[in-house]
Design a protein around this ligand. Sequence first.
Ligand code: PLP
Length: 450
Amino acid sequence: MTLPLDTAQLQALDRKHHFHPFSDNKALGQEGARVITRAEGVYLEDSDGNRILDGMAGLWCVNIGYGRKELADVAYRQMQELPYYNSFFKTSHPPAIALAEKLVEVTPAHLNHVFFTGSGSESNDTVLRMVRRYWDLQGKPGKKTIISRQNAYHGSTVAGASLGGMKPMHAHGDLPIPGIVHIQQPYWFGEGGDQSPEEFGLQAAKALEDKILELGEDKVAAFIAEPIQGAGGVIVPPSTYWPAVKEILARYDILLIADEVICGFGRTGEWFGSQYYDLKPDLMPIAKGLSSGYLPIGGVMVGDRVADVLLEKGGDFNHGYTYSGHPVAAAVALENIRILQDENIVETVKAETAPYLQKRWKELADHPLVGEARGVGMVGAIELVADKAARTRFDDQGTTGTLCRDFCFKNGLVMRAVGDTMIISPPLVINHAEIDELIEKAVRCLDLTF
Ligand code: PLP
């Protein structure tokens, strides 16, 4: 749908009535929002007709790219057949049943149940209740605390933001809620000091053990983590981190929640980030790439250990959302997974696209403004620095990143700024010529910023 208005008129209307998420609405009102009107493949078009390469796949979600008519057709058919029903109170419907079966097929073998939600945040609210219920049913009601990491992102609901470790989010609404604590993130570039990445990875893992010992293992229910922290700045953990964390969790019998809202559905070159890092999560929140963002849907994949207890001994699970497993969203997600499978998209990412993207992306480390270029699969980050050797920033305000991001947008590229860390997460279907264009535009914008 396009309103028959020009950009200035759209911006004026937007300013008047639209309260934007994660935006300074006053500043935005003065500047005017960028109005995106269409998209195809990996390109967006704005209300002035500019073509912009979407280096972020929307919000890390449009894995199969824009404009896939098959998804629209499926949604149209499902809306006519059964636009809405739910799976509360002993009911179900074919799209939810079929999607559950498909998810069990594509996720790791020990994940044999899914609880549907409408988003990643709702998925993380769900895991909080599941882990506490699990330990209650196991006769260990004291095991309530969930350990997360500073600067993690697990969503924007009260529980999601509490599980997340973002201070500016905690500042709104007195978060985190009780029973959630945060430990050091495995962010070598920012916090590793003089240690090697491997040494620092072990230190960051030890922070988990220290916290378990401080709280008492009989108080700790679970550890939640993104396999690769996304919104925190594409923080790729050092190679020593996950193996040490796995060992610690096993030693103290703590559940692992792998938040795969970004890493899931091919982003790392494996179907799931847990496969990339050889993790066996007890609970696995998913969303975003599940429908490639075409409709809102999320879920929690529940491992056998937890499902056996919740389903066998749990009685009523007093939790659910009106749109849990919404039939149209479920049908679209199913079609999205069909496309991922039939077109070998994840396999192509692993064999061809990701190696090429990473090779080209890491060339950016030669730029005078870049202190580090890192990435895995189809995510990447570059650190903007005043001094490469000392890894020092220009300031603590993210001014350089904001400048660079704005140059990018004006020059036809979406690249996100997390402080002075620039990040990408393009659609998985981006081709080599489009990757070349992304890199050329990124270099041009770095030159403008420097
Ligand atoms: N978990 C992770 C790792 C995310 O990156 C996000 C969103 O970016 C969420 C949860 C929240 O998902 P949603 O915005 O769909 O609620």
